[in-house]
Design a protein around this ligand. Structure first.
Ligand code: GCU
Length: 674
């Protein structure tokens, strides 16, 4: 009797645990867009049994096959000039590629197509050779601009350098998620880099991480501190022309490649925001970048040298990168790529593209996008960034005639480039769902998909992501109309909504100081940074608002190629979304819709709030289609987003009204000053 009781008690326990495991799995968001499916039996042929990468591709097919039962999937390594490295061809159930990585990406694509209901054949080649995530992870485990917990790579404390099974498991899941969307590189530490990243313990950890990422086709890279020869090497300086310094870097690079033979290279933030760099020794970006490039060259390593440079002395921060880098075009080694943020200021919700795109003609550029939502509501707000990136990729620079889009001047379509690359600042952390907000996962997904195909539109990406992340096994029209379509619409509008409630019509950098969450057009730091002190960015005064970058102002317009320089110089031909980025206008300036500028600004702030309120309604209605946990988490976050959008509106209207002295239009919800 006792035995029976114990057995049944055990059974209840096991049953409860299984239930718990099942429900946790269903709701915690950890599986991202790779949620378990009811796979059908399948046979995979053409697998090189010795290759870990092929093994992964095979396992993925076996675990996620939704095609015909007992079908055969064929892997074929072929010689085919239409298929580039990493590219693949899918013909029925056959995946052919010129490399094993192509087979892996082809496998993920075939599975994605099955799950999203697209069974057509395809040839697919990546737009950029190197599709990289930048982790702004500090060695103590914190993450600069990270909103989803601490680093998955680094931690402080006694066991900081112990590689645990849990670490390896997490790195593997991370690698798998990346490979499934084509990402093939990870920079493991913050651009504001500690010299210690090149220390012995840290390099040992690099070895361990690289070992887990490698079979998924992911190369590892490190951000370096330009002054490492001082901080780590105890040399008196880090002058890039000093033979001792050159020798130090050569030896350091040799040490790294001995440990990690497929190491990708260095990312460098130099002479920016207080970071050391070659200018400290009256040397140039070329001197600094080329010195490192020479050290990396024998191993096929690259230098990603950032163009995010600005300081208080330049009258217009937007101009500085162009001014500093254009004189050096053609002087960098061929393994240097200049990494340029999408906009000239700093990852704002909307900026025109950086004028460096297409202007540097003999120096390759890699676009840098920010996946983590520094200025777009952290992981508290639902903002789908693909529409913003699509706007950037499709912007025409006119640098080599019409259709010199940002995509084409950076992906090798126009300029012959030995290397093409793209970077996204990651939003990954230790949070169970990786990204903090369920919908922030869509930005990681979208970055990978666009790095693979810079012509992909955001609508397609949203559609795919929703199906992979939320679709039940039995997709029907109810689900499509009740969930897919309204959620997709909300995602596609969400970035414009964020622009509306935060910085409409080309306003920029009016964010709260330091943390950049919420409004702060009044924010002034202690000290003498004129470039951070109002009215620097918005230039609001009794006469009007906006930054005059025309020929009468700072002449930043002239950094753009014709016809854009003239278009942006003229208020009538400047797209209204960039109006106050390029022009200082009177509060009564007449907008195309007939409203005054002041009234239109108020309308944008107000409609931003109303749109988020509408998202709450949309989400409330989809409840029957989502598991309870994910439903509740998103609902909660949307509620906060509405409150914060309202704060943006109220704060901006009240702050700027001090200058405009105009009444708030009567169709706008009035702010409450408390
Ligand atoms: C922004 C961000 C910083 C970051 C910098 C960079 O200014 O706020 O945290 O270090 O960009 O990209 O280097």
């Amino acid at each position: 009797m006792k035995m029976i009781l114990t057995a049944s008690r055990n059974f209840i326990w096991i049953y409860a645990l299984v239930l718990l495991a099942f429900s946790a799995r269903a709701d915690d968001g950890h599986d991202l867009w790779l949620r378990p499916v009811n796979a059908k039996p399948v046979k995979v042929t053409g697998v090189n049994a010795k290759s870990p990468m092929m093994g992964i591709a095979k396992k993925e097919i076996e675990q996620r096959w939704l095609g015909a039962e007992n079908a055969t999937v064929e892997f074929r390594i072929v010689k085919d000039p239409t298929v580039k490295t990493d590219g693949f061809k899918i013909t029925g159930n056959a995946i052919s590629a010129t490399s094993e990585s192509g087979i892996l990406y082809g496998a993920y694509e075939l599975l994605r197509r099955q799950q999203t209901g697209d069974l057509s054949n395809v040839i697919s080649n990546p737009s950029y050779q190197r599709r990289i995530l930048n982790h702004w992870d500090n060695l103590n485990g914190s993450i600069e601009r990270g909103y989803a917990g601490n680093s998955i790579f680094w931690r402080s404390g006694d066991n900081a350098f112990t590689v645990t099974e849990k670490d390896k498991q997490l790195w593997q899941e991370y690698a798998r998620a990346n490979a499934s969307i084509g990402i093939n590189g990870s920079v493991l530490n913050n651009v504001n880099a500690s010299a210690q990243i090149l220390g012995a313990d840290q390099l040992k950890r690099l070895v361990a991480i690289a070992a887990v990422l490698r079979p998924y086709g992911i190369k590892t890279y490190l951000s370096i501190n330009f002054a490492s020869p001082i901080g780590l090497g105890k040399l008196p300086n880090a002058d890039p022309l000093n033979p001792e310094v050159i020798k130090w870097w050569k030896e350091k690079v040799a040490e790294i490649y001995k440990l990690v033979p497929d190491f990708g290279g260095f990312l460098v933030k130099a002479n920016s925001e207080g970071q050391p760099g070659p200018q400290d020794y009256k040397r140039t970006h070329v001197d600094g970048a080329n010195m490192l490039a020479d050290a990396l060259k024998p191993y096929n390593g690259i230098v990603m040298w950032r163009a995010f440079v600005y300081n208080a002395s330049e009258k217009d921060r937007a101009k500085q990168a162009y001014l500093e880098f254009m004189p050096f075009d053609g002087q960098f080694r061929d393994n240097v790529i200049i990494q340029v943020k999408n906009g000239p200021i700093d990852f704002q919700p909307r900026e025109p593209f950086s004028p460096l795109f297409g202007a540097l003609k003999k120096t390759p550029i890699m676009p840098e996008l920010q996946v983590t939502q520094e200025y777009l509501g952290h992981s508290e707000q639902l903002v789908f960034l693909a529409t913003m990136w699509e706007e950037m990729f499709k912007s025409d620079t006119y640098q080599e005639g019409k259709n010199s889009t940002v995509a084409r001047v950076t992906d090798g379509s126009i300029f012959p480039q030995k290397y093409t690359a793209i970077a996204g600042v990651s939003n990954v952390g230790l949070d169970t769902n990786w990204n903090g907000h369920e919908f922030a996962q869509a930005n990681w997904y979208a970055y990978g998909r666009m790095a693979w195909n810079d012509q992909l539109d955001s609508k397609t990406i949203a559609d795919e992501w929703i199906k992979l992340t939320f679709a039940p096994a039995d997709v029907n029209n109810n689900w499509k109309n009740g969930f897919l379509e309204p959620v997709k619409k909300m995602m596609l509008e969400s970035r414009e909504t964020a622009v509306d409630y935060s910085m409409p019509l080309g306003l920029h950098h009016i964010f709260a100081g330091s943390h950049h969450y919420g409004p702060g057009p009044w924010w002034a730091p202690a000290g003498t940074r004129k470039d951070w002190t109002p009215p620097y960015y918005h230039q609001a005064d009794a006469n009007g608002i906006g930054f005059d970058r025309t020929k009468n102002g700072t002449d930043a317009v002239d950094q753009y190629h014709a016809p854009l320089a003239a278009d942006f110089n003229n208020v009538a031909t400047t797209p209204e979304m960039y109006l106050l980025y390029f022009h200082h206008l009177s509060w009564d300036y007449k907008m195309k819709n007939g409203k005054t500028l002041w009234d239109d600004l108020c309308s944008h702030w107000d409609s931003g709030v109303k749109q988020v309120r509408q998202y709450q309604v949309v989400w409330d209605k989809v409840e029957p289609y989502v598991d309870a946990q994910r439903f509740a988490r998103v609902q909660e976050k949307l509620r906060r987003q509405t409150r914060d959008a309202q704060f943006w509106k109220d704060a901006c209207i009240l702050y700027f009204q001090q200058f405009s002295k105009r009444p708030i239009p009567d169709y706008v919800e009035r702010p409450v000053n408390n």
